[in-house]
Design a protein around this ligand. Structure first.
Ligand code: CP
Ligand code: NVA
Length: 294
């Protein structure tokens, strides 16, 4: 099976992946590397830059006794040297799992359709489900029954988090400027789990009873042409010390200090962003091991 967005899993499967991630995290701290993936290889396609995703997947494979192959834009030109479906079919003959960070969500869908091995979405224009696994692991480590407020763009990170929240019963408020909300189909899918987020255009209202505020960049990779327009639209949506109050700060990183968040807020003791970043490693190891067992 593929993991192209959080709701490719059932709610029970999502719980199982998170449980497996928590166990793997504890085991690694106790006994170090394992041999779960002995002799196995992850192919990592990157059309866009990355710090956390590349390093956590590559390190995760090493810690599981396997190996990861980095395939950047100069190695695999997704729409240059050969069609996406041919890349998928060739890679499936070599590696045991494919991970892809691409611009167009349709490309990861096509990879998933044509690869004979599982394909994991490592960020597209629509979704970032691996980030959500790490976020849900972090939330469950740090809170009991929390309310989280998303303040900012209804982007890829937000959309996958909306689904993850809906599937795990997390109370979520989403504040976005008009015209930058979560896609209707994502809200409909969250409704399908009986727990859609409350949506608003008012950050103050969203954070009122929240335990944590989650934000992300206003200008995502691939949106550079919209930069000026977006900076104007997002005025009033910056997470400042005033808005944060005594709430925790969540951010998938990289953070653009001075845009969606202030430097002071990122550097404050209320920021749990480094725990989220670390949990990418554990959550993805949980996912890889769980997928290999299906
Ligand atoms: N959060 C995240 O995916 O970070 P990178 O872009 O550095 O991989
Ligand atoms: N929304 C951001 C997330 C980066 C991890 C982007 O797509 O650039």
């Amino acid at each position: 099976m593929n993991f192209l967005d959080v709701d490719d899993l059932t709610t029970d499967e999502l719980a199982a992946v998170l449980d497996r991630a928590a166990t793997i995290k504890a085991d690694y701290r106790e006994t170090g590397p394992s041999d779960h993936f002995d002799g196995r290889t992850l192919g990592m396609i990157f059309e866009k830059p990355s710090t956390r995703t590349r390093v956590s997947f590559e390190t995760g494979m090493t810690q599981l006794g396997g190996h990861a192959v980095f395939l950047g834009p100069d190695d695999i030109g997704l729409h240059g040297r050969e069609p996406v479906k041919d890349i998928a079919r060739a890679l499936g003959r070599y590696v045991d799992v494919v991970m892809a960070r691409v611009y167009d969500h349709a490309d990861v869908v096509e990879l998933g359709e044509f690869a004979s091995v599982p394909v994991i979405n490592a960020l597209t224009d629509r979704a970032h489900p691996c980030q959500t696994l790490a976020d849900l692991l972090t939330v469950r480590e740090q809170f009991e029954d929390p309310t989280v407020a998303w303040v900012g763009d209804g982007n890829n990170v937000c959309q996958s988090f909306v689904l993850g929240a809906a599937m795990t019963g997390l109370d979520l408020r989403v504040a976005t400027p008009e015209g930058y909300g979560v896609d209707d189909d994502v809200i409909a899918r969250a409704e399908g789990f009986g727990n859609p987020p409350e949506t608003t255009h008012d950050p103050e209202a969203a954070v009122a009873d929240a335990d944590a505020i989650y934000t992300d960049v206003w200008v995502s990779m691939g949106e550079e042409d919209e930069r000026e327009e977006k900076l104007r639209a997002f005025e009033g949506f910056q997470v400042t010390t005033d808005l944060l109050g005594d709430r925790k700060l969540m951010h998938c990183l990289p953070a653009h200090r001075g845009e969606e968040v202030t430097d002071e807020v990122v550097e404050s003791d209320n920021a749990i962003v480094w725990d989220q970043a670390e949990n990418r490693l554990h959550a993805q190891k949980g996912l890889l091991v769980w997928l290999a067992e299906q």
